[in-house]
Design a protein. Structure first.
Lengths: 332, 636, 390
């Protein structure tokens, strides 16, 4: 078991390295750089004095050095926790990012939990009552959930939540709690706001998961051992709970791997529209102003989150499913 | 020392039940500071105000004196926008009043001799927000230790202090008097002090000394450098002394509100400055509002949040299309919204690039008949109706009617809709041949296609261009729009790769004669119609090209003349001549001005005019309207 | 259990038919139906047809894609036609009854009043101004396929009247017409992007599966990497690379390439795994033994085996592409005006302003949903039918 975990962690490292190279190249590709746009903006504001500071920053962060060297400096910095400097905010990236990282994780985790909770019973119902009206109806609703673009749903729900429930527009909490430490009221305020993005991001993932769960469960139910159990007189429910469900559980755990990137992606767009305090809005602003280190760090963080998530799901799957541990492979 | 008046007020208020007390608060000092005064941390009001504070007579302005208290919430699109506090607070050595005349604000008085010797008198007893005295030594610190310090000011003292190569002579006459002088007039000096982002003349010496290499030990400096994550003491000093972006809660200030939150944050709280130098006519220290809170949001939802009552005062981030929603929100939330006018010379203006690389278009753009035709072809009434509900002024890109320099001729110049005359002018200019679709042909046979580039920041520009494209098709010119990004857009214009650009009109559409007419002549390389000529002027003739068109030399000469002018009459005359040339020669093509700006506020906020002029220059957004005199009424 | 078990070693009861041997018995066996000897394609079609929803979706999509060719004809107005007197006009209702009897469909003319307190344009029906719709009529002029000029439209307003079935936007442009035109860009980006992915996926996956070895390992690593990066942030980053000064057409191509760059991995994996399993099939070995070279083996024997699966997978990635383009345009980093796609139309409806006051501008989301649903159902149906021998 331990060997398996170690092996997975070791293979994660080259993956992350390749991702970092990819991210760095992408960040570097846009023509122009942050300084040009920043200088133009400074002049528009009349802040001439800061031009000298920009020269200093340029020299310090080695913008006169070739790309490869800058890449190595960035990666080596990340390993010790120095994610570089955000030129837009004039602060190290660590300080700018603040709470956004763990809020991103929280939103993703809550969404996945929500997805599980909804998809599980619905998937089982669909599989056991195949071709019934309930099955068709739920499938259809699920499909519609996938088809509606997140951002439109976000806008409409943000507006409706304000009209019906008086929830303030955007953000993850009311403004009086912004700078305050966590308290019960702040927690309640976050919950009031959180359900909107979770619902939006979750709908697409839920529908997809229901479909896959249904398909997997149907496959399981057709297998020999289920027929044997039924023919031996086991009650249908017990049959269901004892065997195929265990396989379905496997499926859930392994499905995190495919759902996590989608959830994080969906979360980004939704966060931008709703102006949440997660990585999304900051990422798009950083990309547009070519704030290189900030954008690169966010992308790396998101990729890292995904890779870790897949790792966790693989390990959890290995724990649950002895076949994996003993190398039989989980794909047919 | 508590004055008798305050003592009686306190005793009196103790005897009156709370409900009544709230309405009859006679204390001259804000309750917000009461604890700190009682604990001895802050002295009483009489010790905190200068001996001769600036009295704002509200009744004579048509406003009501108010009472202290309240927290004002405002939304900003990015953390950088906390710079709006010093802009709105508008505490300046000299500032503009509502008639756009210069009045001393921080200064008690000033004198100008020959337009070249400026003597400033400070107010006795005026203190920085941390209680340290505000005296001429703060000016001296800035001059000797910053402006003249070769490490901080690497390229020499700031350009604003140099007239024709001569650096200002700075003298301290006594504790409360300083003098700046040149041998030639410097008419632009005072307007720089009254600008939204003013020229710095003084820094809090006692505070800043601890971050200066001449006054602080190297080890302590090294510790600070590490703590503030800068590279050297120069960076340290610069970072901590930035007044136009209030990120340093410890930096003493003279503005009405001082920062208490350091970035990064989603919410920035500004508290009243206990040593602010203005009072109302009853002696109450301004500002009325105790706290100014800026909440960072995303610019796309600012309008929606304002319409649902999440902002107490909002102008930035709102545009005319948002007005309807906010107006309808008045019935559900305690907000009010009114329409102010923008101060730009034109909401959207077209700039044919007279320095473009294209050898065929350049002489055409430099031909005044072509520019006049471009202006005549535009149907400004349609633009006004479609995009501004008919409420804006159809006009050329020139000063607003509210400016003392306005003449109707400037607005009317070549700005009526006359496609026939436009066609005729274009024919005369050599573009008489057309192809089968009716598009004119250039002398070298190409179609008259113009790609108009924009900085891509406003949908208003795209919309106006859609309308203008149709107008131009009727005179045989075909336009294509391309959105770009501000920096790329400017660099391309400067490189001559852009034929025509679209942007705001004159930045300051409300000039008085004492403001420099730099926008009307080549003066800067980011002027979109003549970047190379502007660069030439800016670099003291070292880079760029010298203007070689008729009237160009005249405009440049008039600008130079203004820069050495000595009297307002002289300056008014120069402005008039420049405005006449500028409008007659149509160096930029305006569409409408006086565009409308919704200004939303809490229904309880008083002393905000129902209508006014909103813009960066010269009104400094709300600065000229004195936001320190706004107050919250306890009833709605 | 009706009879006792036989003794061990005894012969079991069995039955042997004494009918004469008929070599064509299978073909003649009507019980099995005409499918018994149908070709693979016919079998697939048979199974596909049974999936009603997939069939309906397929027909719907074919119709929609054909409509792209005739957008100018179908749309009542041209793409850029403006009506300055009908800004933010709400959707018109078409009536077919008047005074209780069935009449030719008509709408009412609209009178516009500008409310100066709220700065809102209010439209009321003018009951005296009956405007019957015209069909196959003359309206705005357009260039048909850049070949010839025409002005024939499927439906137009009455002479001198207006017909805004889905209302107008802030410049007075008809939302329905713009949605019809927008289909061109949105739908073609999806198909072109998928074609590009398909191409990349088949080649790379095919090589990996067939050759194996180092190449296979590299490709596996690469696909793993690309699949671990969340797509939207990566698309956002890539989209900001596109220089803003490119012409709209180049931007369109650029966005298509970007969208397909991330999606080929799924197809490549599918191709690879299919190839790996099929490579060991008996018929491949047989073909090789009979002397076929690798090209012939791949082309004639392997590809037909998994092509159907690929087509099913490809169909299921089109929705992702359409959503991707819509999302990027919505965020302002994909296509930009004057190109009109559904994403750009939705960007114009992005503020709460619009949702509260002029919700009809959100209509372009309906075709997005329908097309994505259709592709999903179609893909499901194709996937179920893909392996008819299952």
């Amino acid at each position: 078991m331990l060997r398996y975990i170690l092996w997975r962690i070791i293979t994660m490292i080259p993956t992350l390295l390749i991702i970092s190279a990819l991210v760095f190249t992408i960040i570097e590709l846009p023509p122009g750089d942050f300084f040009e746009s920043h200088i133009a903006e400074l002049r528009a504001l009349g802040e001439e004095a800061d031009l000298a500071e920009i020269e200093m920053l340029k020299a310090r962060y080695g913008f006169d050095q070739p790309m490869v060297i800058r890449y190595f400096r960035w990666v080596s910095g990340m390993l010790v926790g120095d994610f570089g400097y955000s030129f837009e905010y004039r602060l190290p990236v660590n300080e700018v990012v603040g709470d956004r990282l763990w809020l991103t994780i929280m939103v993703s985790v809550v969404t996945i939990t929500f997805t599980w909770l909804i998809a599980f019973p619905i998937g089982i119902y669909s599989a056991t009552h195949q071709y019934s009206w309930g099955d068709y109806g739920l499938t259809f609703i699920g499909m519609v959930g996938i088809a509606i673009p997140n951002f439109i749903l976000a806008l409409v729900m943000m507006y409706l939540a304000n009209i019906w429930f008086g929830t303030s527009i955007g953000h993850l909490m009311d403004r009086e709690y912004f700078n305050q430490p966590m308290s019960w009221d702040k927690f309640v305020s976050i919950l009031e706001h959180l359900w909107i993005p979770v619902l939006i991001i979750g709908t697409a993932g839920t529908a997809a998961m229901i479909r896959r769960l249904r398909a997997n469960l149907l496959d399981e139910l057709k297998k020999q051992y289920v027929i044997t159990a039924r023919s031996k007189g086991l009650k249908p429910r017990r049959v269901l709970l004892k065997y195929p469900l265990r396989m379905a559980l496997n499926f859930f755990i392994s499905d995190i791997g495919s759902i996590l990137p989608a959830v994080i992606s969906g979360a980004e767009v939704t966060a931008i529209v709703l102006s949440l305090e997660t990585t999304g809005p900051m990422l798009i602003k950083a990309l547009q102003s070519q704030d290189m280190y900030l954008a690169g760090s966010f992308l790396m963080f998101l990729a890292f989150l995904t890779v870790i998530g897949v790792l966790v799901s693989d390990i959890a799957l290995a724990l649950l499913d002895p076949r994996i541990r003993f190398g039989a492979g989980k794909h047919k | 020392m508590i004055t008798r008046r305050a003592l009686l007020a306190l005793l009196g208020s103790a005897a009156i039940p709370t409900a009544l007390r709230a309405n009859s608060d006679t204390s001259l000092d804000s309750a917000f500071l009461r604890d700190r005064i009682e604990s001895g941390e802050l002295p009483a009001l009489s010790k905190r105000l200068p001996k001769n504070p600036r009295v704002i007579d509200l009744k004579s302005m048509g406003r009501e004196p108010g009472h202290h208290g309240g927290e004002l919430q405002m939304l900003i699109g990015r953390a950088k926008d906390i710079r709006y506090i010093p802009i709105n607070s508008y505490s300046r050595l000299v500032g503009y009043n509502l008639e756009l005349a210069l009045v001393p604000d921080i200064l008690e008085s000033y004198t100008v001799e020959d337009g070249r010797v400026f003597t400033f008198h400070l107010r006795a007893g005026h203190r920085w927000s941390d209680g340290s005295a505000f005296t001429s030594s703060d000016f001296e610190y800035f001059w000797n230790e910053v402006a003249l310090n070769i490490e901080i000011a690497r390229g020499g003292p700031p350009i604003a202090f140099i007239v024709n190569g001569e650096v200002a002579k700075f003298e301290v006459l006594d504790e409360l008097t300083v003098r700046y002088s040149w041998s030639q007039p410097n008419p632009v000096f005072l307007s720089k002090l009254a600008a939204p982002i003013p020229l710095t003349l003084a820094l809090p010496a006692a505070y800043m000394r601890q971050y200066h290499a001449n006054h602080q030990s190297a080890e302590n400096l090294a510790a600070f450098i590490e703590q503030y994550r800068v590279d050297d003491w120069v960076g340290l000093h610069r970072k901590l002394s930035r007044q136009n972006r209030p990120e340093n809660p410890d930096l003493p200030t003279l503005e009405a509100w001082r920062p208490t939150t350091a970035p990064p944050a989603e919410q920035f709280v500004f508290e009243r400055n206990p040593y602010f130098h203005r009072v109302d006519e009853n002696g109450k220290q301004l500002p009325y509002i105790d706290k100014f809170v800026m909440n960072v949001s995303s610019s796309e939802i600012i309008a929606a949040k304002t319409a649902t009552g999440d902002s107490d005062l909002q102008g930035v981030g709102l545009a005319l299309p948002d007005y309807t929603l906010i107006k309808e929100g008045e019935s559900r939330f305690p907000i009010k919204v009114s329409l102010w006018r923008r101060t730009q010379g034109s909401s959207v203006a077209l700039y044919p690039n007279l320095n473009c690389r294209d050898d065929v278009w350049r002489p055409l753009f430099q031909d005044v008949r072509v520019r006049r035709a471009f202006s005549l072809a535009i149907n400004r009434e349609e633009i006004n109706q479609v995009l501004f509900y008919g409420l804006a002024n159809e006009s050329a890109n020139t000063v607003l009617p509210e400016s003392p320099l306005y003449k109707e001729d400037y607005a009317r110049a070549w700005s009526f809709h006359d496609p026939d005359q436009a066609n005729q002018l274009l024919d005369e200019a050599g573009l008489s041949k057309r192809n089968s679709q009716g598009i004119r042909l250039l002398p070298d046979g190409r179609r008259a296609d113009i790609i108009v580039e924009s900085a891509g920041e406003k949908t208003l520009e795209t919309d106006v261009l859609e309308l203008v494209t149709d107008h131009y098709r009727q005179v045989g010119i075909s336009l294509y729009t391309r959105s770009s990004q501000r920096d790329i857009f400017r660099s391309r214009t400067m490189g001559g790769n852009v034929l025509m650009s679209v942007f705001n009109g004159l930045d300051n559409g409300l000039p008085s004669a004492d403001m420099p007419p730099t926008q009307l002549a080549p003066s800067n390389d980011d002027q979109l119609q003549w970047p190379l000529w502007g660069l030439h002027y800016m670099s003291s003739k070292k880079q760029g090209q010298a203007p070689d068109m008729p009237y160009m030399q005249e405009l440049s000469a008039l600008l130079d003349e203004w820069m050495v002018s000595t009297s307002t009459e002289q300056r008014t005359d120069i402005w008039t001549r420049m405005l006449t040339i500028y409008s007659d020669q149509v160096f930029s093509i305006g569409t409408v001005n006086g565009g409308l700006q919704p200004l939303a506020r809490s229904a309880r906020l008083k002393n905000i005019p129902e209508s006014g002029l909103f813009g960066f220059a010269p009104t400094s957004y709300l600065g000229v309207y004195l936001p320190d005199t706004f107050w919250f009424d306890k009833e709605g | 259990m009706t009879s006792p078990l036989p003794e061990s070693g005894a012969e079991l009861e069995h039955y042997v038919s004494d009918a004469p041997y008929d070599p064509n018995s299978i073909e003649n066996n009507e019980a099995e139906g005409p499918l018994a000897h149908a070709s693979q394609l016919r079998l697939m079609w048979y199974y596909f047809r049974q999936h009603r929803l997939a069939l309906a979706s397929g027909i719907f999509l074919v119709l929609v894609y054909i409509s792209i060719l005739f957008s100018e004809f179908l749309a009542p107005y041209n793409l850029h036609t403006r009506h300055t007197d009908a800004i933010y006009s709400p959707p018109a209702s078409v009536h077919i009854f008047r005074d209780g009897s069935l009449v030719r469909p008509y709408t009412y003319g609209q009178t516009m009043t500008l409310d100066m307190t709220t700065l809102r344009r209010n439209y009321t029906d003018d009951l005296n101004d009956i405007q019957p719709l015209r069909y196959f009529c003359r309206g705005d002029a357009y260039q048909f396929w850049n070949l010839f000029e025409s002005n024939l439209h499927l439906v137009c307003p009455a002479e001198g009247g207006q017909l805004f079935l889905l209302g107008t936007d802030r410049l007075g442009r008809d939302v329905l017409s713009r949605t019809i035109y927008g289909a061109r860009i949105s739908l073609t980006i999806g198909i072109l992007g998928v074609l590009l992915s398909f191409f990349l996926g088949v080649i790379i996956g095919g090589l990996a599966g067939y050759r194996g070895g180092i190449f296979d390992m590299i490709v596996q690593r690469m696909t793993e990497v690309l699949q671990s990066i969340p797509s939207i942030p990566l698309w956002m980053a890539l989209a900001t690379i596109i220089p803003l000064t490119w012409s709209p057409l180049l931007v369109y191509v650029g966005i298509t390439v970007i969208l397909s760059l991330l999606d080929w991995t799924g197809l490549a994996r599918a191709v690879r795994s299919k190839l790996l399993s099929l490579r060991e099939e008996d018929y491949v070995v047989a073909a090789q033994l009979l002397g076929a070279n690798s090209t012939r083996v791949i082309r004639r024997h392997l590809i037909p085996g998994f092509m159907s699966h690929l087509i099913a997978s490809a169909t299921l990635t089109v929705p992702g592409m359409i959503l991707g383009e819509t999302a990027l345009s919505f965020l302002g980093i994909g296509l930009r005006p004057p190109i009109t796609s559904w994403g750009i139309l939705l960007t114009e409806a992005r503020s709460i302003n619009i949702i509260a006051l002029y919700p009809w501008l959100l209509f372009p989301v309906v075709p997005v949903i329908l097309v994505i649903l259709a592709f999903n159902f179609l893909g499901d149906g194709l996937r179920d039918a893909a392996d008819p021998y299952k």
